[in-house]
Design a protein around this ligand. Structure first.
Ligand code: HEM
Length: 354
């Protein structure tokens, strides 16, 4: 029998995708609200892109889950490339808010009450992205409010799936392990490097910044400053271990060496992803303020107030971008001994034995 030629609409299952828009206001007994179609299409477009982000993230998590990673081989290149793809998608998702902005508050009000108690708050995929990137439940704004199955919360299957993702190792914990395995400070070079670096760093601080040296000692060596209150310590405490923070700082300092390029770009991509997520939260918040003012959300949070709390608190890689606090001028960066470059070139996979 002759095989039927593949048809565009069949390959893409457009019958399903294009038959999935059912505005409630278009049904009997309601006044048709023109903009509800846009509202549905834009949410669906977001969810499709969320799906792609999760697909890329799962690949990245798999690579970081390996017991040893060759930082200059194919896997790590693909990690870098795919994190770059997530960045492009997030940029697109930020731009997409502009399309929704063509809906006026009155256009929205025409169908808004029909949506209660559902809302983007219930987007399982958005929660999976947050959890897989490393947003932990204890670091959430209003965590008790967030994890609920009552009205406006998650249904039971979604709740369970989100909880599993939250309990699994996330990208932050895996990147932390990867950084901890870096062989920079294994021999006498390590102690010498930190002594020298600490002296240069301290000398470069202005009088107003002088106390930063205590932060330095805490962040990289867990030395508790004499006058530290629990609040100060909580502020300084990083989601990465001191060892991992040290390795990340090292990579940032020596990023111009080809052996550090991939590692540096991975760290930079994580910072960029965090920034773009935060940009989106901000754009969404501004759009929500314009759309509903200070009314409660259809998902029954305080609305803009809740979103503002989430915006301020839900950074995941803030400690990586915060490493800039501990940088020194480029011309003062200690030279790397040749023996270390060779050793690193070897252990980071530039040369292959035999
Ligand atoms: C008219 C447009 C929109 C309005 C007025 C709006 C409003 C809100 C409000 C008030 C919340 C807080 C939860 C609640 O009480 O309902 C929320 C959460 C959320 N919305 Fe929207 N939204 C809109 C469009 C979108 C779009 C297009 C997306 C794309 C997927 C989206 C995704 C989300 C997400 C992910 C959350 C949870 C945020 C978090 O917990 O940090 N929203 N939205």
């Amino acid at each position: 029998m002759e095989k039927k030629a593949l048809y565009y609409a069949d390959y893409l299952h457009l019958d399903k995708v294009l038959d999935a828009q059912y505005p409630v206001s278009f049904t009997d007994g309601h006044e048709k609200a023109h903009d509800e179609m846009l509202f549905i299409v834009i949410h669906q477009a977001y969810e499709l892109w969320f799906k792609q982000i999760i697909f890329e993230l799962d690949y990245v998590l798999d690579v970081f889950g390996q017991p040893a990673i060759n930082d200059n081989a194919e896997d790590m290149n693909l990690v870098r490339h795919r994190l770059g793809r997530i960045i492009k998608i997030l940029q697109l998702l930020n731009d997409q808010v502009n399309v929704l902005d063509t809906m006026t508050p009155l256009d929205f009000l025409a169908f808004r009450n029909l949506l209660t108690p559902s809302s983007g708050f219930q987007s399982k995929q958005f929660r999976m992205i947050e959890a897989k990137l490393g947003l932990e439940i204890d670091n959430r704004h209003q965590k008790d409010y967030y994890k609920k199955t009552g009205e406006g919360g998650f249904d039971k299957p979604d709740y369970d799936q989100i909880s599993t993702a939250e309990a699994d190792k996330n990208l932050l914990t895996r990147v932390n392990e990867w950084l901890e395995r870096m062989p920079f400070f294994k021999d006498e070079f390590g102690a010498k490097f930190w002594d020298e670096y600490r002296t240069i760093y301290e000398a470069g601080l202005t009088p107003r910044e002088a106390s930063k040296i205590h932060d330095f000692d805490y962040v990289f060596f867990e030395k508790i400053p004499a006058d530290a209150t629990p609040e100060i310590l909580a502020n300084l405490r990083s989601s990465f271990s001191p060892k991992a923070m040290g390795a990340a700082l090292f990579i940032m300092l020596y990023r111009d060496y080809p052996i550090f390029q991939n590692s540096y770009q991975v760290l930079d991509a994580l910072i960029e992803i965090d920034h773009l997520m935060s940009n989106w939260r901000h754009k969404h918040l501004i759009m929500v303020r314009r759309m509903i003012g200070m009314r409660v959300g259809t998902g029954n949070t305080s609305g803009a107030g809740y979103l503002e709390g989430a915006l301020n608190k839900h950074f995941i890689y803030r400690d990586l971008s915060g490493l800039s606090t501990y940088l020194i001028e480029r011309r003062k960066i200690p030279a790397l001994p040749k023996s270390l470059i060779e050793k690193l070139g070897f252990s980071l996979g530039l040369h292959h034995a035999g």
